[in-house]
Design a protein around this ligand. Structure first.
Ligand code: FES
Length: 178
């Protein structure tokens, strides 16, 4: 006899419902820190970064991110932050331009190479170039001009040739050298 019935309490029938954990937010890792987004699940990652976390390095390039200014790394792959709603990013590992440098402030070799080659024009699109360049170097450690020109980033102020030089300098391991 069940214990409840032993005390004259009617037994509660089995519900057949399997309890699931209640999700109170969307957990993401950004630049090595864990955050939980509890707002609109459809909020684009770009607005979460800029307006909630104040990580304003990633830029809005207009439209659907065609010019690459809003690129971030999601699990190591470059993606447009405006095109990624938060509800697609649960438990993803995200790196923004703020996360490229080491914790002690040492710049990523590609950041240093951009400085070495004076590859920053307006600067608005530089974070996107850096993210795309880091991903390219990981995918292809010694890219040529054609590889660089195929990146989704665009530059209207004329530093594209310097961007190429910076990416190739980083690839050659010469960032920070004369
Ligand atoms: S660096 Fe921004 S348009 Fe060229």
């Amino acid at each position: 006899m069940a214990p409840a019935q032993a005390h004259g309490i009617p037994a509660v029938p089995e519900s057949g419902i399997t309890p699931v954990a209640v999700r109170s937010g969307i957990a993401v890792e950004i630049n090595g820190e864990r955050f939980v987004h509890t707002g609109d699940p459809q909020m684009p990652l770009l607005w979460y970064l800029r307006d909630v976390l104040w990580l304003t390095g990633t830029k809005y390039g207009g439209g659907h991110g065609e010019n690459g200014a809003d690129l971030v790394l999601v699990d190591g792959k470059p993606v447009s932050a405006i095109g990624q709603p938060m509800n697609r990013l649960a438990d993803k590992r995200i790196t923004t331009v703020e996360g490229l440098a080491a914790k002690d402030g040492t710049l990523h070799p590609l950041q240093q190479a951009f400085i070495d080659e004076d590859a920053i024009g307006c600067g608005y699109c530089t974070p996107g170039w850096l993210i795309a360049g880091v991903a390219l170097l990981k995918r292809k450690p010694h890219p040529d001009d054609g590889d660089i020109d195929q990146l989704p980033n665009s530059c209207r102020c004329g530093v594209q040739t310097r961007v190429r030089a910076a990416i190739k300098r980083a690839a050659a391991g010469k960032a920070g050298q004369a």
